[in-house]
Design a binder for this molecule. Structure first.
Ligand code: ZN
Length: 202
């Protein structure tokens, strides 16, 4: 499986990092080894002093597709969750300055966390609330209506370049409010008030 991530999909998050508003989706990949397996504890890697959480709605593809039209995008997934796109911001800043690829900052082991999946058939993905808490305090609050490129558009766009396969995950971008994690932090993710994710930082 592969992990496809969308960058800068919420205007206010793009601006908080000093980035331009993109005119087409910003896409990057994480390897399958980035998926956190143990599910409950994230260990800060030695190469970074500035690991950021980015809470994102995650789509799980359950049908093979290529060149998917937006109007058919919903046929390619059933379940969604909330996940964390962990980012080594210090490493990323250095790479960005040099114009180099982001993989070391974005694709390291356990950098992709995903919560329990829920059936999305009845959900309006153009108006979905999600929330992310650090140590009980809400630090990110998003609504998918603020996406620059909505879910169906993302599926369509991504599938122009990459054949989507069963089990692939699409991280749909983070709203504003990203920040640093520290050892001992408790991270929790919610969709429409339902808790789907809990991770302890070590
Ligand atoms: Zn992200």
């Amino acid at each position: 499986m592969k992990i496809i991530c969308i960058g800068r999909n919420y205007g206010r998050h793009a601006l908080e990092l000093g980035n331009e508003i993109p005119d087409e989706p910003v896409v990057f990949l994480k390897p399958d080894s980035a998926l956190m397996r143990q599910r409950d504890a994230f260990f800060i890697p030695d190469f970074s002093n500035d690991i950021h959480y980015e809470a994102e709605i995650v789509i799980r593809i359950d049908r093979v597709g290529k060149n998917i039209q937006e109007k058919f995008a919903r046929k390619y997934f059933t379940e969604i969750s909330i996940g964390i796109d962990f980012t080594a911001r210090d490493v990323q800043s250095k790479l960005k300055q040099k114009g180099l690829p982001w993989e070391k900052a974005k694709g390291f082991d356990s950098s992709a966390v995903v919560g329990n999946f829920i059936n999305a058939s009845e959900l309006d993905l153009t108006n979905l609330n999600f929330e992310f808490k650090r140590n009980g305090e809400t630090v990110q609050k998003g609504n998918t209506s603020d996406m620059l490129f909505p879910v169906n558009r993302l599926i369509s766009h991504v599938s122009e370049y990459f054949t989507l396969k069963i089990g692939d995950l699409v991280y749909t971008g983070t709203p504003e409010g990203v920040g640093k994690v520290n050892p001992g932090d408790l991270l929790e993710g919610f969709i429409e008030g339902e808790k789907l994710l809990e991770v302890r930082v070590r």
